[in-house]
Design a protein around this ligand. Structure first.
Ligand code: AMP
Length: 196
């Protein structure tokens, strides 16, 4: 049973590491942003409800997001653990998740924080934007997203730090190295995949 949350600034490789972790621990990666986007693409009722909010760059209301996550965590594939990505994002969501897990007699095992020098990430994202022809990604917009990320995650990380759950991982360097750093940091906390 492994219950994880991954956080990291834009460009730190959170998506890539989530995929690795999900395979390593045999748990589903549950990314609320991806779920919302899939619902918008499939024109579901939820998709219709959230599409304007997401386009405007706002947060989906907590009640809706919490309900979505509660349902997702009840799916059979999450019974043996999960990796959350992009949730919780507000203090209300954090409390809701606490209660939800407490009802099952469980709690998060660790919060993996990808850490990287902001200037390095700006260079990385500018290079990617150039390669992909995304001229709207300028240094200013990237730095703005970085500051939003900091503001958004700081209060949540403070809570998880108090609980001793936060595991800082150097996110720079080859993907395999970062993945190895994560699994050894977790292993040293006795968080390891169950043998199958
Ligand atoms: P992401 O891919 O994680 O950046 O999410 C894309 C968008 O989905 C965000 O900008 C929000 O509008 C919405 N979203 C994703 N996760 C949450 C969440 N936990 N709470 C509120 N809104 C969310």
């Amino acid at each position: 049973m492994t219950r994880l949350l991954i956080v990291g600034p834009p460009g730190a490789g959170k998506g890539t590491q989530s995929t690795r972790l999900s395979e390593h621990f045999h748990v589903p990666s549950i990314a609320t942003g991806d779920i919302f986007r899939a619902n918008i693409a499939n024109k579901t009722e939820l998709g219709t409800q959230v599409s304007a909010i997401i386009d405007a760059g706002d947060f989906v209301p907590d009640a809706l997001t919490n309900h979505l996550v509660a349902g997702r965590l009840k799916e059979p594939d999450a019974a043996d653990g999960f990796l959350l990505d992009g949730y919780p994002r507000t203090t209300d969501q954090l409390r809701f998740l606490d209660d939800l897990l407490a009802q099952e007699g469980t709690s998060l095992d660790a919060v993996i924080q990808l850490v990287a020098d902001p200037d390095e990430l700006v260079q990385r994202l500018l290079k990617r934007a150039h390669e992909e022809g995304r001229s709207d990604d300028t240094e200013a917009t990237i730095r703005y997203r970085q500051s939003l990320y900091q503001r958004e995650t700081a209060p949540l990380l403070a809570v998880y730090k108090d609980r001793g759950l936060v595991v800082d991982i150097d996110a720079l360097g080859p993907v395999d190295d970062v993945a190895d750093r994560i699994s050894s940091a977790l292993a040293s906390r006795e968080i390891a995949p169950v043998a199958r």
